[in-house]
Ligand binder design. Structure first.
Ligand code: TK8
Length: 353
């Protein structure tokens, strides 16, 4: 009897050890001296699962590879970064929810879906807000940008840096668009953002909110006539295969926000927190540069691929600006006029610099 009991106990203890080892988190011995509660035990390798919606050719993914390189180098591999593209881990909104739950560590969504979590971010999607990329950089990397990132904490998210999606242009499969008149009745996919919906309705289009992961198929099947994204995204995502016309509406400058799960961020040491924050910023500078080169380069390629290109003249653009103004006034009231004023003041200052 004792003989079997011993065998059984031994097997039981060993299986406990194997289970702990398999979970890769051999129970950290609570050692009062080393690290704070929640911090991983020294020597334990952590993994950052970083997912985005665009494909592996896009500057957004090339930026992520840069972040991976910097983090792994500066932590001597104690933090490794797994990168996922093309919505492999979900769309912008579902990946943000995964960060909140702590089942994913990083994603880099556009500000438009973020407004669904922190409504003040809506201001960054005000049509015709930023006059140039340079002014956007100065405002986003400045106090106003940081003030907005700090609002993400309450959502169990940490905003580490702003990256660039870019100036959005309208594409469609039905006709060349040179003015609001041409936009009338076009069914347009928009990001999941109320302001975008109301602005396109005011411009006379028929907007449909949809996750980016569903967009190509919706265009291919004609479920919607068009969509709006920066040139680099249109070209690198292959929209020239399912769209015939592009116009330089440049109606919204879309920032990306580099987000980290707060649960994961808080589990890092202060030194590691500084490393991931610095890496997100540096990789962001790199990403912005690549993104601007791509947006400049691919407009010719879209036309060579058969798309028509239409310039929006000043008069037509001003008509659009005037038409969406009442929508902006309504949202300024909703998100707080003071926030909106701070952003416009920062833009003014940046333009005077
Ligand atoms: C990719 C999206 C995309 C955005 C959109 O996940 O949804 O149209 O412009 O870049 O963030």
């Amino acid at each position: 009897m004792n003989y079997f009991k011993t065998i059984f106990t031994t097997i039981f203890i060993f299986s406990l050890f194997f289970v702990a080892a398999a979970c890769g988190t051999a129970p950290a011995e609570p050692d009062a001296g080393e690290g704070t509660a929640g911090e991983a035990a020294p020597g334990v390798q952590r993994t950052i699962r970083a997912g985005i919606g665009l494909n592996d050719q896009h500057p957004q993914y090339l930026g992520l590879l840069k972040f991976k390189e910097l983090v792994e180098e500066r932590t001597d591999g104690s933090i490794v970064v797994e990168t996922y593209h093309s919505g492999q881990l979900g769309d912008d909104r579902s990946m943000m929810e995964a960060l909140q739950l702590g089942t994913q560590e990083v994603t880099v969504p556009s500000t438009a879906p973020i407004a669904g979590f922190v409504q003040e971010f809506t201001v960054f999607d005000f049509p015709f807000l930023f006059p140039s990329e340079e002014v956007a950089d100065e405002v986003l990397d400045g106090d106003v940008g940081q003030m907005m990132l700090d609002k993400l904490d309450d959502q169990n998210l940490v905003g580490l840096a702003y990256w660039e999606n870019g100036f959005r242009d309208l594409t469609n499969a039905r006709r060349a668009v040179a003015s609001m008149e041409d936009m009338k009745g076009l069914s347009i996919r928009t990001m999941e953002n109320e302001l975008h919906l109301e602005a396109f309705r005011a411009l006379g289009a028929n907007p449909t909110p949809m996750a980016f992961t569903e967009l190509f198929t919706a265009l291919q099947q004609g479920a919607v006539d068009g969509q709006e994204n920066p040139v680099a995204t249109v070209y690198l995502q292959g929209f020239q295969e399912v769209q015939d016309h592009i116009s330089n509406t440049h109606h919204i400058y879309s920032p990306f926000v580099f987000l980290m799960s707060k649960t994961f961020f808080d589990s890092l040491s202060e030194e590691e927190q500084e490393i991931v924050r610095e890496a997100a910023r540096e990789a962001g500078q790199h990403q912005r540069q690549l993104n601007r080169e791509a947006n400049a380069q691919y407009l010719d390629d879209l036309q060579e691929a058969g798309m028509t290109y239409t310039e929006i003249d000043e008069e037509a653009r001003q008509e659009m600006i005037d038409t969406v103004q009442p929508v902006l006034d309504k949202y300024a009231e909703r998100i707080g006029q003071d926030i909106v004023d701070q952003v416009y003041e920062a833009i003014q200052e940046a333009q005077e610099d």
